[in-house]
Design a protein around this ligand. Structure first.
Ligand SMILES: C[S@@+](CC[C@H](N)C(=O)[O-])C[C@H]1O[C@@H](n2cnc3c(N)ncnc32)[C@H](O)[C@@H]1O
Length: 279
């Protein structure tokens, strides 16, 4: 996808998103934070719209549609959640997933969460960041107007429907924005995560940006992880970041996944509140 269509995607998604969240679109472009801080309960209602977001799915939308065949996240995610459950000082574990598509990885995370809740008594909050417009590579493989380009059509409804059918709509909170805009919101409201899982745009520059924006949200002893570590751009971006962090993280990989245990640093939030804003 060239720069021009990326920009129009961004505008289209931001226009749509503005119907969902209660943040002035100009704040996102100008990188300002709304003056009023929200606690989690307020954030859930005002920004994540958790009371109403699933209502847009028609009852007859269709059956479960998680048609990808990679299942290996199942092997690792329980252990990851267990690791953070043991050090979490809260009675919940918060996961931010960047790149959810139809919700396959989200559903594996959600299933692992149910087990964690049973064993450790901690509930989960899974915030899913996605435009639900597909990644640039999806448009390169199939044209946007081709009917078989499922990536461009009804992806968001499909995700919501899948989460409902999986019984995860009570713990999965979609945040439908480009990752950069979503990060701005998450930093403004100081939404700290126990785990961040990155699986969005796999181009080198996009991965560099997502790492820079989302790694700081992870709490000390939390985990920053990602998929498709075998992609050239992903690996390069992760390795360059590791060079800078060196002894601050414990790093390991499982060929297509990478994991960083954030051993030495606390979460950091960007975007200080400014005074010249409404609300
Ligand atoms: C590889 S897919 C994610 C696969 C997903 N984890 C799963 O289990 O099926 C990438 C997703 O990232 C989203 N995406 C790509 N670039 C993005 C961006 N800049 N901001 C937000 N979402 C993005 C796409 O819409 C797509 O749904």
């Amino acid at each position: 996808m060239n720069g021009g269509s990326n920009l129009s995607c961004t505008k289209q998604v931001l226009q749509e998103a503005i119907n969902w969240i209660d943040v002035d679109i100009n704040d996102i472009f100008e990188q300002k934070c709304p003056l009023k801080m929200l606690d989690w309960e307020e954030f859930k209602i005002k920004i994540l719209k958790n009371n109403s977001i699933y209502e847009v799915v028609p009852d007859d939308f269709g059956p479960l549609d998680l048609n990808q065949n990679w299942k290996d996240l199942r092997k690792y995610i329980y252990k990851i959640l267990e690791k953070v459950a043991k050090t979490a000082e809260t009675d919940f574990i918060r996961i931010i997933e960047v790149g959810s598509f139809k919700g396959l990885s989200t559903s594996f995370i959600g299933e692992a969460c149910s087990n964690i809740t049973e064993v450790y008594g901690k509930t989960c909050q899974i915030i899913c960041v996605d435009t639900w417009l597909g990644s640039p590579e999806f448009y390169e493989f199939f044209g946007i107007d081709e009917p078989r380009n499922e990536y461009a059509h009804d992806l968001f409804l499909s995700f919501l429907n899948n989460m409902k059918l999986k019984g995860l709509d009570n713990i999965v909170y979609p945040l439908r924005l480009p990752s950069q805009a979503a990060a701005h919101i998450l930093h403004c409201y100081q939404i700290q995560a126990d785990v961040v899982f990155i699986d969005a745009d796999h181009d080198y520059n996009a991965v560099v940006r997502d790492i820079q924006l989302y790694y700081p949200l992870v709490r000390k002893d939390g985990i920053f992880m990602g998929h498709d570590y075998d992609w050239k751009g992903v690996k390069q971006a992760v390795q360059e970041f590791l060079e800078k962090k060196k002894s601050l993280v414990n790093f390991w990989d499982k060929v297509i996944y990478f994991f960083m245990l954030k051993e030495q640093e606390e979460a950091i939030f960007f975007n200080k509140r400014t005074k010249n804003i409404f609300r």
